[in-house]
Design a protein around this ligand. Structure first.
Ligand code: ATP
Length: 362
C-alpha cells in the first residue's frame, strides 16, 4: 500500500495550454480517490503521469515519500486497469491473471503463482473460467480478469481508467459494487478515473474535480454535492444538473424569474441591487396546489414544457424568460462554463406518483 503525493504537477503536450496545470493532491494510504471532469479535462493524462506512462513536465510525484518522476512504470509497482481491459487473447484467464507474476522483474517463484491466481480468482468469482480464452468471456468477465491481473500482484496502488465504460448499465452497477467491495477488503490505495456521476458519488472516499487541467475541488461526495466551491462544480456534480437562476437582490428578497423568495443569510447587504446566480437542485422543488403549500414554502405558478417519466421519479422541464440584462449575463456565464450548466429552463425532479400534466404548478 502507498501514499501518493502530487506536488504542483504540470503536463505540456507541445506549446498549447497545459493539459495538467499545477495539480497538487495528497492521496492517503488505503484511500479511494475518484478523478472526474468533462471530456478532455486531463483525467487520463493525470493517471498516466502517476503510473509513469506520461512524462511529468513540471512538479514532483512522490510515492511513500520518495520522488518517482524518473522511475520506469514497472519500478513504481502500481497496477493499472484500462477501459479496454488489455487482455492477451492467446492466453487463458489463468495465464492472463498470472502474467504480471511471470515477468522477469516480479521475482515471484513459480511455486507461489498458482496459489496467488487462485486467491484472485476466488475473490472475483472466476474459478469456473480459468481455462477459457478472453474471446469466450462476457464483457463483465473480461473486466474481472483485468482486475484479477491487478490484484494478483500485491501492487502498492490500483489505478483505474474508466474501467466500466464498455459495460451495459446493469453490469456496470454490479461491477461498481464489486470494485467497492474489493477495494474495502484489500484496503489498497486506489485512484479511479470516471465521467459517470454515480461512480463518482458512490465509490470514493474523496472526489477530485478537474476542469481544463486545473483541480477545482477535492472533497467527500457529500461535501461536493452540498457545498460546491464554484459554479462549475455545482453544475457538473449531480444528475439532472443543478438549476441556475438569475436573481436580483432587492432589500430582504431575491427576485427570481417567477417571483420573489426571502434573501438567504449568506447574501450580504453589499449585494443590494445586484444580479446574482442562484443554484437550486432539481429535487428541492415540489409539485403542490398553491393552497396546500406547507408553511414557509415559496410557490410559483409555472408552465411545464416537457416531462420525462423514469419510474420512480419524473423530470419536468420548465422554460423561463429572463429580462434582457440577465439573459446577457447568463449567456456570458454559459460561455465561460463551456455550456455545461446554464440554460433558460429549470429541471425539476418530482415524485413520479404525483401526476403532472402540462400546465400544472411545479
Ligand atoms: P476523456 O474523458 O475524453 O478521456 P480526459 O479528461 O481523460 O478525457 P485527456 O485524455 O487526459 O482527457 O486529455 C487532456 C488534454 O490533453 C486534451 O485536450 C487532449 O487533447 C490532450 N492530449 C492528450 N494526450 C495527448 C497527446 N499525446 N498529445 C497531445 N495532446 C494530448
Amino acid at each position: 500500500m502507498a501514499r501518493i503525493e502530487l506536488r504542483n504537477l504540470v503536463k505540456r503536450y507541445g506549446d498549447g495550454f497545459p493539459a495538467i496545470n499545477d495539480v497538487s493532491l495528497d492521496i492517503a494510504d488505503g484511500e479511494f480517490v475518484i478523478l472526474v471532469g468533462p471530456s478532455g479535462c486531463g483525467k487520463s493524462t493525470l493517471l498516466r503521469m502517476i503510473v509513469g506512462l506520461e512524462d511529468i513536465s513540471e512538479g514532483d510525484l512522490l510515492i511513500d515519500g520518495k520522488r518517482v518522476n524518473d522511475l520506469a512504470p514497472r519500478d513504481r509497482d502500481l497496477a493499472m486497469v484500462f477501459q479496454n481491459y488489455a487482455l492477451y487473447p492467446h492466453l487463458t484467464v489463468g495465464e492472463n491473471i498470472a502474467f504480471p507474476l511471470r515477468l522477469n522483474h516480479s521475482k515471484v517463484p513459480e511455486s507461489e503463482i498458482a496459489g496467488r491466481v487462485q486467491r484472485a480468482a476466488d475473490m472475483l468469482e472466476l474459478n469456473d473460467h480459468l481455462d477459457r480464452k478472453p474471446a469466450n468471456l462476457s464483457g463483465g468477465q473480461r473486466q474481472r480478469v483485468a482486475m484479477g491481473r491487478a490484484i494478483v500482484r500485491d501492487a502498492k496502488a490500483f489505478l483505474f481508467d474508466e474501467p466500466l465504460s464498455n459495460l451495459d448499465a446493469k453490469l456496470r452497477g454490479q461491477m461498481r459494487t464489486e470494485i467497492a467491495r474489493m477495494q474495502r477488503a484489500l484496503a489498497t490505495t486506489t485512484v479511479y478515473v470516471t465521467h459517470d456521476q454515480t461512480e463518482a458519488l458512490t465509490l470514493g472516499d474523496r472526489v477530485a474535480v478537474l476542469r481544463k487541467g486545473v483541480l477545482q475541488q477535492v472533497a467527500s461526495p457529500r461535501e461536493l454535492y452540498e457545498q460546491p466551491v464554484n459554479l462549475f462544480v455545482a453544475g457538473f456534480i449531480g444528475s439532472p444538473p443543478m438549476n441556475f437562476l438569475p436573481a436580483r437582490v432587492r432589500g430582504d428578497v431575491l427576485e427570481l424569474p417567477f417571483g420573489t423568495v426571502p434573501k438567504p443569510a449568506v447574501v450580504g447587504g453589499e449585494h443590494d441591487g445586484k444580479l446574482l446566480i442562484v443554484g437550486v437542485r432539481p429535487e428541492h422543488f415540489d409539485d403542490v396546489e398553491v393552497t396546500d403549500a406547507p408553511a414557509g414554502a415559496v410557490t410559483f405558478d409555472v408552465q411545464v414544457d416537457v416531462t420525462e417519466w423514469l419510474g420512480n421519479e419524473l423530470y419536468a422541464y420548465v422554460p423561463f424568460e429572463a429580462e434582457a440584462e440577465t439573459r446577457k449575463q447568463l449567456e456570458e456565464l454559459d460561455r465561460e462554463l463551456d455550456g455545461e450548466s446554464l440554460r433558460n429552463q429549470l429541471v425539476v425532479t418530482l415524485d413520479a406518483m404525483s401526476s403532472v400534466r402540462d400546465g400544472d404548478a411545479a
